[in-house]
Design a protein around this ligand. Sequence first.
Ligand SMILES: [Zn+2]
Length: 170
Amino acid sequence: MVSKFDSRYLKLDKETSEGHYAQFSFVVQHFSTLPNWQFNQLYHTNCRSLPTSWEIEIKSEEKPSNSCLVSLSRIDYINRPIDAHIWVSCFDIHQRRLSFPKVFGKKAVRPYEKVQGNIEEMIPSEEMRYLGKGELIVEVSVSISLCHKGIMPSAVNLISGMKKMEFSKL
Ligand SMILES: [Zn+2]
């Protein structure tokens, strides 16, 4: 599968006082019976101090489909370490949370290193019963920190506005 940035999945992208936070969400149709599914997405921070690029991959394990592999790979070439975290949360179509968010993180991630983990049970079995054949909404949040410091709030708004314009051109 070719990975690319697809703005349909992006729900939030903001610069914080010391890093960047983005949120994506995607839908898995027929989650309880689907044998394989996969989500790939690129994320670029467009940071003024240390711009970094990441590939997010969430992939079902062979079987059972209630478990998945999560990875956040750094794919830029700038040889400076940076902290990265990824959270995965599950909801039904009524926005009801089905499980506690799972978080994976790592300090001092260098180019071509990754943060990764395995979620053995995305949804507890009792929630799985309620979900039935319905759609699962997976929300993925990424936090990249310690790339810059001390940006004034007005500049934060300006930068996030510019970033949205750049994304819309892709
Ligand atoms: Zn930054």
